[in-house]
Design a protein around this ligand. Structure first.
Ligand code: GAL
Length: 346
């Protein structure tokens, strides 16, 4: 290559690098670019989190005078698509990646690319396996402790049963017939939530008996279809619906409304906007809600400090220097007086 052409190329490269980082050598950056990939942008909980995250980024800009450029992409449930998005983020000079992995067991391709380019990754909501997380000290995970969530979900019914058994054992036969709506099989939350929620109910003395259960992949429409089948297969038997999330719980409520079945208790997890609405108008008995303000704040603050090359913010303590667990709480319908189950649906 002629020398002049080579020098010109070098100068262009330097200019590009300087403009990507938004800083001169040794100075604090004045702008940062964050590449965000969501496993599915149409997932209600993820969508709620995304809106708060975007607000927090604007707030951060206003407070700190550092421009935060967000490039948010939908991986539409495809790991291949997400891997390509990661490549594109890196080629665009993103300072950090926030990844909600499609396949949490297969984050290695993303990690390879990020490590090669030296771009830190903040994973969230879908936890990569430990072996992957241990590969580099610039990998973080922000999430919610699934076992804690499930124990809280079970506890809300245990407490209600202790106070007002008739509000849970609706037909008063000493047995609480329940159905279970489960999330994606490959998601860490589904298995752990199911196991610990049911264990908590049993250990807490609620005389539960499983009628049936099924996988509805976090989706309202799938939850609704399953519940409709169950209502016709087991008429008058279902007293409690235990759902791994709010959206599937709302699907069950849709089916209860369609079939004009009253009184069945439905419990969810997430505290999504639509879940909270159902709680307020008395359709959902209760939910376990992670502090989403904090959840989104920690993802953003972690990402910003990585992008600025600073240590993780001290106010959000990390377990093993890698994991942040968002606090959560039980939200239960105010009026939980025993509702009579109409005779025809018993
Ligand atoms: C769970 C959440 C579900 C769904 C899923 C996506 O934590 O409860 O509603 O959003 O994450 O990974």
């Amino acid at each position: 290559m002629p020398r002049r052409k080579f020098l010109f190329g070098l100068a262009v490269l330097c200019l590009l690098l300087a403009s990507c980082s938004g800083s001169q050598k040794g100075e604090r950056k004045t702008s940062i670019r964050i590449g965000v990939s969501l496993y599915r942008a149409d997932d209600t909980f993820i969508n709620n989190l995304r809106s708060i995250f975007e607000e927090k980024a604007k707030e951060y800009e206003r407070r700190n005078g550092i421009k935060v450029i967000l490039d948010i992409q939908d991986a539409k449930g495809s790991q291949n698509m997400q891997n390509s998005q990661v490549e594109r983020f890196i080629s665009l000079g993103c300072d950090v990646l926030c990844i909600n992995p499609v396949d949490r067991m297969d984050a290695s391709a993303i990690i390879d690319k990020a490590m090669t380019a030296g771009v830190p990754v903040v994973f969230f909501n879908r936890q990569p396996v430990e072996e992957d997380m241990n590969r580099w000290d610039q990998l973080y995970y922000i999430g919610v402790d699934a076992k804690e969530t499930a124990i809280l979900q079970g506890k809300m019914v245990v407490d209600l049963y202790k106070e007002q058994p008739a509000a849970v054992d609706l037909n008063g036969d000493g047995v609480v017939g329940y159905v279970l709506l489960e999330g994606e099989t490959s998601h860490q939350d589904s298995l752990i939530r199911t196991e610990w929620s049911i264990r908590t109910l049993k250990n807490g003395g609620v005389p539960i008996e499983k009628i049936t259960g099924g996988i509805a992949n976090w989706e309202r429409s799938q939850g609704s279809a399953l519940m409709e089948q169950w209502l016709s297969a087991y008429p008058g038997k279902i007293e409690l619906v235990v759902s791994n999330n709010d959206d599937m719980a709302l699907g069950a409520i849709d089916a209860l409304e369609r079939t004009k079945t009253d009184g069945v208790n439905v419990i969810g997890i997430d505290g999504t906007t639509s879940g909270l609405e159902a709680l307020e108008n008395g359709k959902l008995l209760g939910t376990v809600s992670a502090n989403k303000e904090l959840y989104a704040t920690v993802i953003l603050e972690m990402a910003v400090s990585c992008a600025l090359g600073e240590p993780p913010p001290e106010e959000y303590p990390l377990e093993d220097g890698t994991y942040y667990w968002t606090p959560q709480e039980i939200l239960i319908r105010e009026n939980t007086e025993a509702e009579e189950m109409p005779a025809q649906s018993r």
